[in-house]
Every structure is written in C-alpha cells, then in structure tokens.
Design a protein around this ligand. Structure first.
Ligand SMILES: Nc1ncnc2c1ncn2[C@@H]1O[C@H](COS(=O)(=O)NC(=O)c2csc(-c3nc4ccc(O)cc4s3)n2)[C@@H](O)[C@H]1O
Length: 542
C-alpha cells in the first residue's frame, strides 16, 4: 500500500477482520466455550453462569424475539446497573441484526429525554432496580411498547421477566436457532452515547464491521488483553458505556472468566482480585490513582494481577509508575480510545512501556496529527489535533448528519478534538481535549499538564484544573484540590508549588479551591463544567 507522508498506519494484523456478523462470531465462540463452567460471576452475590447457559439462553431469547415479530434494525435498550443478565439481550440482538441502545441507569429524566429521542427503542430490558424509572418513561414515550425485567423470576407491574418471556415464546431446542446474516458495513449493532464532555451526548452508531475489527484485535495479545480461555478478568466499567460494553463482548468472545462489580467499591474490588485470582483489569485513572496511594491495598494479596490497563482519560506518568511499582508490574498498559472509533485506538504493547505515552496505533487504522490552524498534517513531535481513519470509525451520529459531517471530513478522517503528538518511534502522547484548553493571554494551558504536576505533591490526593473567565486575559487557570488524608496544605502553598514547576503562563492565577471529591464521569473523566459552576469570581492571585 502506498504510504503518505505524515500519515501513520497500524501494524500488520495477526488476525484478519472476520467477514461474518458480530452475532455469528459470538454464537460460534459461545458454542466453542460451552464446556467452560464460569462465564460471569457477580462479585457481590457470588452468583455465576456458564458459557452453556449463556449460549442456550441467548439463542432461546433470539427465538422469542423473532416469535414476537422483532427483526433486523428494530431498536431495543438495556437500562441496568452492571448485571449478570445485561449481555443476554445484547447478544441475542446481535444474532438478529437488532440495534442495542444501552441507557445510563443514572441518567436524569432530562438526560434520558435526549438519548431516548435519538434511539427511540420499542423494547427496553431493565433491572428491577430501575423498573420504576422505566415504567414512568413508558407513559411519556409511546414508542416504548414492551418492558422486560432482566433479574427477577416472576413478572412485575405487568412486565414480563426475562425467564418468562423466553418460557412463553422460545422453541424448546436452542440448537434450532441460527443467527441471521446481513451486511456488516451497513448494519448498526449499537447506538452508544458519546463522551458528552462538550455539549449533550450524541448517539454514536457502531456497525457489525466496527465490532468485527475489535474482535480481530481481541484475539491478538498486542492490542488485546487476555487470549487464553478461562483466564480471570475483573470488569467494573459501566456496561452502558462503549468502554465496558465492548470490553465485555471481547472477554466473552475469548471465553474468559469475568468477575463483575456493579460499581467500583474499594474493598470489594481488592477482595475480588485476591479471592478470584484476577489476572487482568482494564481501568481508568482514578482507579490507578487509588491503587498507587490507598493504604487499603496493603491489606490484600494482589499478586495474581499480571496486567493493568488504563484509558479513557489522562493518566499522570508518576501515578502510573507508582501503581506499577506497588503492584510489581513492569508498567501500566495505557490506551487511548473514543466511542466514535469503537474502542481503543492506541495501546501500549505488552512489556513495551513508554512513560506518559498512550502507546501505538492498532491494526486496520491510520492516524495523522494536523496543525490546529492550517489543518495540514505535521510530522513527529509536533502537537496538533489527532485524526483517525479506518474500519473502526463509527457509521455516524444517529439522526445528526450535521454533527457527523463536522466530525468526519470529506476524506473520511475523524477529527477527534484531541490534542496530541507522536514520536519518531510512532508512540502517541495525548495532551488534552482541544475544547478544554485554557487560553491565558492567547497561550494554551492544558489542564491535564497542571493536574499531573499537582498529583506529584504528597499532600494532594486528586486534582482538577479549569479556566476561570477573565475579561482582560481570557481565562485564568484555577485548581480544585483534594488533600491527602491527614495532611495540611494551604492555597498559597499550592500556588507557589505550581509556580516552581511550570512556566509563568500556567500559574494558578485563578486560585485554588479545596474540595472533598473531584466530580468524574462513569469513565473517570473530570466533569469540568460541574467544577466551573463552583467558581465564584476571585481576585487574581498574581
Ligand atoms: N488515554 C487517554 N488519555 C487522555 N484522554 C483520553 C484517553 N483515552 C480517552 N481519552 C479522552 O476520552 C475521549 C473519548 O471519550 S469517550 O467517547 O467516552 N470514549 C472513551 O473514553 C473510550 C471509549 S473506549 C476507551 C478505551 N478503551 C480502552 C481499552 C483498554 C485500554 O487499556 C484502554 C482503553 S481506553 N475509551 C477522547 O476523545 C479523549 O478526549
């Protein structure tokens, strides 16, 4: 293939992109793994289910959905906390070419209004916990015709339980079911919420082709994680988000034993690693920070952990190094991903750690960095906007052609809105989100850079930096600081500390505010808009 200047290409793949649907690939994998006794175990209830149960139940659920008239392109939603049954309807839908639009169970009615009007599901699978909220929604959104409850045996409030829906509709023999065939490139598999860090979340349409590329990565130890069936991983990222959604489908494809947590609970997290001898975890920066600093870690034997991945937000290199040292790991496998490009796009290769880097490009993808002013591609070690191209790019934003065209240009390049650079060796470094840069007198100040410096201070447990608008200079960098327990540090000490570490344009002229917790999204992203609401105008400190 002719290689263009300043364009980077992923490595030769170890496995090709399968030309079968994601549903067919999962069907074959679950059948192949059906001898494995444990597919998923709920860490709280200790309840497991086997690959045979998963295979047979998803086939019978697909038969039931067909019997009730559901077909290709019909949209269904799953709204639940992380739940053993979450992926049953997801996999059945993939068999049939139905579209899954997972819903964040914590969304407020206003947030649900936005996402429901994007995907318009006619069927919602929900947990008992969120059933009251979904029943309310059904009254308002008349396109929702049926609710099925995932995790109860008996029907409730006129809604069938999953087990009864299958009992009343499925064929007795699951082996009579065969996944439907359809065009991979065209068929939407899922509509996932974008990061929403700038504006309302949008509905990212990912196709069976996108999933198939990810599945090719999963089989390869370099971009993937574990490839040996039966190996134990821990899964606590939210299943409704691309990160948790696709990571778990990849785990199931490989026949792994998946220990699930409803949410991150420090003691249960650590106890589960110890008791189930977890080998691999993919996490986010707040969890790596916890592992690097919390005294709780010393109470548990975490020696089974051989790999810790981290992504979805910037990870300070000192935090990564401290966590790796404490866990006796050679390094943290950092990755950079975005929902608009299915999952992880650059990834640290096993045992090839580059401090501060998010690793190298995955197969089947191309990347370039463009000058934010001219749009022209730049060479190594020059910061610009990261652009991506290839088979992992979303089909588009559901119902939003304008936003799609703004994101993906006429040459098929996705403009990520992320600032970064790559080295001669093609290692990528993510600087920050373009739209989150603080502009002080026209100088760009990356919040992630100051946050990294703040996290190096022994009295600081967590930190976030935002811009405070100022009519004369544009914006002033301001810090929110969570003190390390049992330590004292004053606002002026923080300001002086930063002033001793960075150039003058990056000084904390917007001041320092001490806070109990940094607000973060489900994937560990700092909710900067929430912090900005807390800022009352202060006199400039310098
Ligand atoms: N490594 C990183 N460093 C700094 N910023 C990072 C980042 N990854 C995502 N981001 C930010 O999140 C934005 C995207 O947000 S998003 O749409 O919610 N999607 C995500 O954040 C997202 C979707 S999948 C995914 C990852 N999957 C992984 C699997 C294994 C592993 O080791 C690492 C990762 S990261 N991240 C990006 O545009 C960028 O701004």
């Amino acid at each position: 293939m002719k290689k263009e200047k300043n364009i980077l290409y992923g490595p030769e793949p170890l496995y090709p992109i399968e030309e079968s649907t994601a549903g067919k690939q999962l069907y074959d994998a679950l059948l192949k793994h059906s001898h494995l006794p444990e597919a998923m175990i709920d860490a709280q209830t200790k309840k497991p289910f086997s690959y045979r149960t998963l295979f047979e139940t998803t086939c019978r659920l697909a038969q039931s959905l067909q019997k009730c008239g559901y077909k290709q392109n019909d949209v269904m939603s799953v709204c639940s906390e992380n739940n053993l049954k979450f992926f049953f309807p997801v996999i059945a839908a993939l068999y049939l070419g139905m579209v899954t639009a997972p819903l964040n169970q914590n969304y407020t009615p206003g947030e649900l209004h936005n996402v429901l009007n994007i995907s318009k599901p006619q069927l919602i699978f929900c947990s008992k916990t969120v059933l009251p909220k979904i029943l309310e929604l059904k009254k308002k959104y008349t396109f929702v015709k049926r609710i099925i409850i995932l995790d109860v045996d008996e029907d409730m409030f006129g809604c069938e339980s999953l087990s009864n829906f299958i009992l009343h509709n499925a064929d007795k023999d699951p082996k009579k079911f065969e996944p439907v065939n359809f065009n991979l490139d065209e068929q939407v598999a899922a509509i996932l919420c974008s990061s929403g860090t700038t504006g309302l979340p949008k509905g990212v349409m990912l196709t069976h082709k996108n999933f198939s590329v990810r599945f090719a990565h999963v089989k390869d130890p370099n971009p993937g994680t574990e490839t040996i069936p039966g190996v134990t991983v821990l899964s606590f990222m939210p299943f409704f988000h691309g990160f948790g959604f696709l990571s778990n489908l990849g785990y199931l494809l490989m026949g792994l034993r998946i220990i699930i947590l409803k949410r991150f609970e420090p003691e249960l997290f650590l106890k589960s690693i110890q008791d189930y001898e977890v080998r691999n975890i993919i996490s986010v920066p707040p969890i790596v920070l916890f592992l690097s600093k919390s005294p709780l870690v010393d109470k548990y034997d975490l020696s089974s952990l051989k790999e810790l991945g981290c992504g979805a937000a910037p990870l300070a290199k000192e935090v990564a190094e401290a966590a790796a040292k404490r866990l006796n790991l050679k390094g943290i496998r950092t990755g950079y991903g975005l929902t608009e490009a299915t999952l992880v796009i650059t990834h640290t290769l096993p045992n090839k750690f580059k401090s501060g880097s998010s690793g190298k490009l995955v197969s089947f993808m191309s990347a370039k960095v463009v000058d934010v002013n001219t749009g022209k591609s730049v060479g190594p070690n020059v910061v610009g906007e990261l652009c991506l191209k290839g088979d992992m790019l979303m089909k588009g934003y559901a119902g939003n052609i304008k936003a799609t065209k703004e994101a993906i240009d006429e040459n098929g390049w996705l403009h990520t809105g992320d600032l970064g650079y790559y080295t001669e060796e093609e290692y990528f470094y993510i600087v920050d989100r373009l739209k989150e840069l603080i502009k002080y007198k026209g100088f760009q100040v990356a919040p992630a850079e100051l946050e990294e410096v703040l996290l190096r201070h022994p009295c600081i447990r967590d930190a976030a930096v935002v811009g405070v608008s100022d009519e004369t200079v544009g914006e002033l960098p301001a810090a929110f600081v969570v003190k390390q327990s049992g330590t004292q540090i004053t606002e002026n000490e923080v300001i002086d500390y930063i002033a001793g570490q960075v150039s003058y344009t990056k000084y904390l002229r917007g001041g320092v505010r001490f806070i109990e917790e940094i607000p973060r999204s489900a994937t560990g992203k700092i909710q900067r808009k929430e912090l900005q609401k807390l800022i009352l105008p202060k006199q400039s400190k310098l």
